[in-house]
Design a binder for this molecule. Structure first.
Ligand code: LLP
Length: 420
């Protein structure tokens, strides 16, 4: 078995483990997401090794891909979870991730979500404001249940990444202003049912310049050290996620540098460290397979029109994100410059713009790479389009892990009323 990702054999076909991708497309139809367990495991183990010197724990960021079977696989690997809604909590529990390994993040937890999470006795709430603290406290008093509270700090650091996924600077809705953290942390100690457990930081996603992490972790540590000096306990620090992956596949994640930063800062400390990676564990372990509906040529451009669209993968139009696109069968042929677009009726419906790709014909299969994270989870039914099926490859066998909706499923959600 070749388990080194999605790879080509001599027949020019793309394979995952020993399974031919175009056979899967034939069996399940397109558009189709395919995930590979062996790649998820490999990335999980590499991440865990990177943080092993400081005894770090992984809490997979469920928002990256919340398929139940994928969560179950993370549970099998031993991962905890970072969640942002009660829906994600329920999925984690169903998939076998124990509540005592679950961190509840997010700026807008509803009261009913807080109640449910308290009843499930989750590991901790990462809270983002004084107001949220008082809401949680009220619910704790009502239910007579304890909450472990960690304060998410806004360190006022703007990493270089897309502005829509940058969360560490003052202008964003995330975290508590750095200068207010100490006073709120002290307040935690005066409230019944509230256990202060530490501080958290997450400055954004798709970050390559690790100096930003260094700066953020250093300022978190300074705060924690100061609090300890004046007599408070700060048992744990949550360092978030955010490591970028190379969608152009021209560089590998520099885990060694990351390890150095973490080890230098934390090796000789007593903090329990948690990490919340999403993208770096799963983005590259997934592909989206799509079929060419037809080619179209205008005076200005070539278009390859495919059966996947922005409702399946919104990243290119939402974040100007790049995803590699290539034919499932890579034989010799000429190249063409084209926009690769879906059938949705707006100009923003594209998967790639001005892309040099091998000429493809009607009904041929294309592969869109690195769509394991923030892809199917962000899908919609825009233009009354059902979502895509999802398949996972485990021990050289394919398993359907998500049905696609039928048009009838979509229609069932609507209620027809009489206008008599
Ligand atoms: N922890 C927190 C509190 C987060 O908000 C996030 C991601 C993560 C961890 C995981 O970050 P990662 O390791 O995946 O970078 N939809 C966007 C990405 C949004 C990320 C949101 N927060 C995209 O497609 O690029």
């Amino acid at each position: 078995m070749n388990s080194s990702g999605f790879y080509r054999k001599k027949d020019n076909e793309l394979y995952v483990q020993d399974i031919c991708v175009s056979k899967l497309a034939k069996k399940y139809g397109t558009p189709l997401f395919i995930y590979d367990c062996s790649q998820i495991r490999q990335r999980y183990e590499t991440y865990l090794n990177t943080i092993s010197e400081v005894n770090g724990k992984i809490h997979y960021a469920v928002k990256a891909n919340d398929s139940l079977s994928i969560l179950k696989y993370f549970a099998k690997l031993g991962s905890g979870a970072d969640i942002v809604s009660i829906g994600e909590l329920k999925k984690c529990i169903l998939a076998g991730i124990e509540p005592k390994k679950i961190i509840f993040s997010g700026v807008g937890k509803y009261e009913y979500e807080i109640e449910e999470a308290l009843k499930q006795n989750i590991l901790q709430f990462n809270i983002e404001s004084k107001e949220e603290l008082y809401d949680i406290h009220k619910i704790c008093l009502k239910l007579k249940l304890n909450a472990n509270i960690c304060l998410r700090v806004n360190p006022n650091i703007a990493p270089s990444t897309h502005k829509k996924i940058s969360t560490g600077d003052k202008g964003t809705k995330f975290g508590i202003d750095y200068e207010n953290v100490k006073s709120i942390y002290k307040k935690l100690h005066n409230l019944d049912y509230i256990n202060p457990v530490g501080l958290a930081v997450h400055i954004g996603s798709q970050i390559f310049d690790f100096n930003y992490f260094h700066e953020a972790y250093q300022s978190l540590k300074n705060l924690a050290d100061d609090l300890i000096k004046i007599g408070y306990k700060v048992p744990s620090l949550d360092l978030g996620g955010g490591i970028g992956v190379s969608y152009k596949r021209d560089k590998k994640i520099d885990f060694l540098s990351y390890k150095k930063i973490i080890s230098n800062l934390f090796k000789d400390t007593n903090y329990e460290l948690s990490f919340e990676p999403g993208r770096s564990l799963i983005a590259e372990a997934g592909i989206l397979v799509t079929k060419v509906i037809r080619n179209k040529k205008t005076k200005a451009k070539n278009f390859v029109i495919i059966d996947a669209a922005m409702n399946n993968l919104i990243r290119p139009t939402l974040y100007d994100a790049y995803h590699q696109v290539e034919p499932a069968i890579e034989n010799d042929r000429s190249f063409v410059l084209a926009d690769i677009v879906g059938p949705i009726c707006e100009t923003g419906d594209y998967l790639a713009l001005n892309r040099k790709i091998k000429k493809v014909n009607k009904d041929e299969l294309l592969i869109i790479r690195a769509t394991g994270a923030y892809s199917s989870v962000m899908s919609s039914n825009y233009n009354s389009r059902p979502d895509a099926k999802e398949v996972i490859i485990y021990n050289n066998k394919d398993y359907l892990i998500k049905y696609s909706q039928t048009i009838e499923d979509l229609i069932l959600k609507d209620k027809l009323i009489n206008f008599d």
